[in-house]
Design a protein around this ligand. Sequence first.
Ligand SMILES: Nc1ncnc2c1ncn2[C@@H]1O[C@H](COP(=O)(O)OP(=O)(O)OP(=O)(O)O)[C@@H](O)[C@H]1O
Length: 236
Amino acid sequence: MPHRNEAGDNIITLNNAKIVQKNFMVLDNVNLHIQRGRFCYLIGKTGSGKSSLLKVLYGHLPLKNGTGNVAGFKLETLRAGDIPNLRRKLGIVFQDFQLLTDRDIEKNLKFVLQATGWDDKIKMNDRINEVLSSVGMKTKKHKMPHQLSGGEQQRIAIARALLNHPELILADEPTGNLDPETSNDIMTLLKQVAQENNCAVVMATHDYHMIQNFPGEAIKCEDGVVSMMDTAELFE
Ligand SMILES: Nc1ncnc2c1ncn2[C@@H]1O[C@H](COP(=O)(O)OP(=O)(O)OP(=O)(O)O)[C@@H](O)[C@H]1O
């Protein structure tokens, strides 16, 4: 059940959280408060815990110790049956796009809508057209994923993330497979759609060029500890 009042204006709250992979402690005593509508990077060296932190936020890893709240869902009491409801409030974007390769773009998007409870064909069609327009991909509706470039596939993945009007987009290295120019396009798009949809974004990245082009605030994972910083500090 959502517990929005306890979370207040925050889309993400973690208090004294422990993030564990198998029996290995990845991050300890995590305290994190991200306000609704904010754009925030997630940075740190390889293996520092960025993906693990994102996995806790989307309910793929359980929260060990402490308390947490994402989009109104309490993480410490999250049950398997709550996870689809939490995911409906989230858009998740991965480095490798994760489109279904055996069907066209329209069917990829329809698959997600049907899996999340939509059944009205006209409404589904309208929503698919809306999200494809918002990422500039309406003309690609009947293409197969392999007929699209990496940047175009990531645009489709962002459109897919928007389908259920998410309050938060979690993006794990969304530009990791793209060239610098395409990365900038994707970043511009992500910021634009987040603003248009009043949606917060947490984006894990290693790409310091992009951070320099689009400065902002960052969650930093280092030596098992999480802290907030301004990305300007990276370039002092
Ligand atoms: N499934 C797993 N089982 C056991 N340990 C894991 C598992 N996944 C990750 N780890 C360990 O947890 C730590 C954090 O990994 P994680 O993938 O969260 O780091 P990351 O910061 O996202 O790294 P990268 O930038 O390389 O993606 C690493 O030491 C990793 O070896």
